[in-house]
Design a binder for this molecule. Sequence first.
Ligand SMILES: Nc1nc2c(ncn2[C@@H]2O[C@H](COP(=O)(O)OP(=O)(O)O)[C@@H](O)[C@H]2O)c(=O)[nH]1
Ligand SMILES: [Mg+2]
Length: 222
Amino acid sequence: MEGVCEMIFIVIPAYNEEASVEAVVRKAKKHGKVVVVDDGSSDKTAERARKAGARVIRHKRNMGLGSSLRTGLNEAMRTSKKDSDIIITLDGDGQHNPDEIPKFVDLLDKGYDFVLGKRELFNYPVRKKLGNFILTKITNVMTRTYLIDTESGFRAFRRIALEGMRLKAKRYEIAVEIIKEIGRNHIRTANVPISSPRYVKGVSVIDGIKNLLYLFKVVFDL
Ligand SMILES: Nc1nc2c(ncn2[C@@H]2O[C@H](COP(=O)(O)OP(=O)(O)O)[C@@H](O)[C@H]2O)c(=O)[nH]1
Ligand SMILES: [Mg+2]
């Protein structure tokens, strides 16, 4: 089956990203239908995303990255019809380049059902590199997966990979929870290298530790 008429849904979580969201949506919409989840922003994120051509779902108040991704993924699953449909997640802060989506789609077409973007971290601070390495290793062992850069927010799912997924995380722990569910459901996975320009704000070492604690909690059902 050549993915001729598969639909691509692109879910973009955004919290106070008025400076970047418009450009991200304009690029993304060349590749599929775009849903922006505005996570209770106090700036013009929703307005700019809509103007650029996205469907916008708005949280009345800030509920966290995990809640935003769950809102967006549920909506994509509700609107998608076919098993061959594809659902992408990428950040609204301009960290990911939507023009790299075809690389993910190529791998899905080769038979993988979950593809994770692997950032090149050489220009990141040492503590981020080290934290990322350790977190990835521990996550792999605990979830029985072989994915690199488990914290990455650029992902592609075939519908089947999302169907059996039970997600509860409200904040950054969603990243490891997704990997855990991928492992639990024995989904076929691949990594794809993505460009990662400069290091932009974002998660801290503390968030990494929180992610690990969360992973222990869900894996051992504490
Ligand atoms: N920090 C943060 N980002 C959120 C939230 N809700 C949605 N997002 C969006 O989630 C994406 C990832 O957040 P970011 O802080 O860049 O995390 P990082 O790229 O993993 O370091 C961005 O597009 C944010 O706008 C939230 O409550 N907090
Ligand atoms: Mg980011």
